[in-house]
Design a binder for this molecule. Sequence first.
Ligand SMILES: [Zn+2]
Length: 114
Amino acid sequence: MELYCKDCKLVYSTPRCPACGGKRGTPACGDDICFLTEREQLWAEMLEDVLRQNGIPYIFKNRYGRGITVTLGFGAERVSFYVKYRDLARAQSIVEELFEAPADENSFSEETHR
Ligand SMILES: [Zn+2]
């Protein structure tokens, strides 16, 4: 059974949340907002397009925000994507197709899929 960690917005099938080690996970249900992936701005825009084309609702969160992106440069921004649990499997296969080459920095979703 897959569990959902409200704090990390992560779905996992291990006894503990792989991100925070918490054991307070609840069974994942369709409306839970789940962490999908984190990508650089450039890829994030591409992913956004594909999610939209597939009719998958998503939310995203910029890690740094505008103030810092100006300092570090646009390309340094990283964007986290979240989708509903009911769309998660579909969204994950989209991500896998889009980003076949494994990223250097491991995100949670990539670790659980290897
Ligand atoms: Zn957690």
